[in-house]
Design a binder for this molecule. Structure first.
Ligand SMILES: [Ca+2]
Ligand SMILES: [Ca+2]
Length: 213
């Protein structure tokens, strides 16, 4: 293997359909934390911003080579590309972003398991950073791995665990005093779409291997 002597981080990310409903939260927290509200996503503005950022040759499509720069769109490519032409148009992205409001979930439970050198490790810090084209409609989410290597994410400003629907870059920041190289955080190639119809049935899991040098 190419990276035989390198440190490997195995990130297994999977999601499940434990979602928060406003009704449950209202029942559970009289006078307590604010109920999460749906993010106000500007689907037209965000889809335009996505094209500005990733349609590098300005032909009106984010094609396969351009998707390499856009991991979160690539991760959701199959569900965004409704006409199955292998590339994403602004309209397709806009339609996808509009789905979140229809699905009606303010926060969706999302967790991943992180293994370093093939082993579970506690306190690996992982961040989900919204794509620029989300135009600040959603906030970053953070988590740390527990003794089982599981990371559960909590969004900034939220009292409850969960992540707002949208497109994120996933950054592996550090563990203890060890900071991971830039390609796992500043230049990450890991991306994830959070959406209700991506959750559950084991259909939304993936493994990622990266080396630390
Ligand atoms: Ca293009
Ligand atoms: Ca398409």
């Amino acid at each position: 293997m190419l990276f035989l002597n390198d440190t490997f981080i195995l990130i297994r990310i999977f999601t499940f359909a434990l979602v928060f409903s406003s009704v449950v939260l209202l029942q559970g927290c009289g006078g307590g934390p604010a109920v999460p509200v749906m993010a106000r996503i500007d689907a037209v503005g965000s889809s335009k911003a996505a094209m500005d950022e990733y349609d590098l040759n300005r032909d009106g499509f984010i094609d396969q080579s351009e998707l390499k720069n856009a991991p979160s769109l690539k991760e959701a490519e199959k569900i965004i590309d409704t006409n199955n032409d292998g590339k994403l148009s602004q309209e397709e992205i806009e339609q996808r972003l509009n789905k979140y409001a229809v699905q009606g979930m303010a926060l969706i439970s999302f967790s991943c398991s992180v293994a370093m050198d093939g082993e579970k490790k506690t306190d690996i810090e992982v961040e989900m950073v919204p794509e620029k084209f989300m135009l600040d409609a959603i906030k970053p989410a953070k988590g740390k791995s527990d003794a089982n290597g599981m990371v559960r994410f909590k969004q900034e400003g939220q009292q409850f665990e969960g992540v707002q629907p949208g497109f994120y870059k996933i950054k592996v920041i550090k563990v203890g005093s060890f900071t991971f190289p830039a390609r796992f955080n500043e230049n990450t190639t890991i991306g994830k779409e959070i959406a209700l119809d991506r959750m559950g049935r084991g259909g939304d899991s993936f493994d990622i291997r990266v080396s630390s040098k």
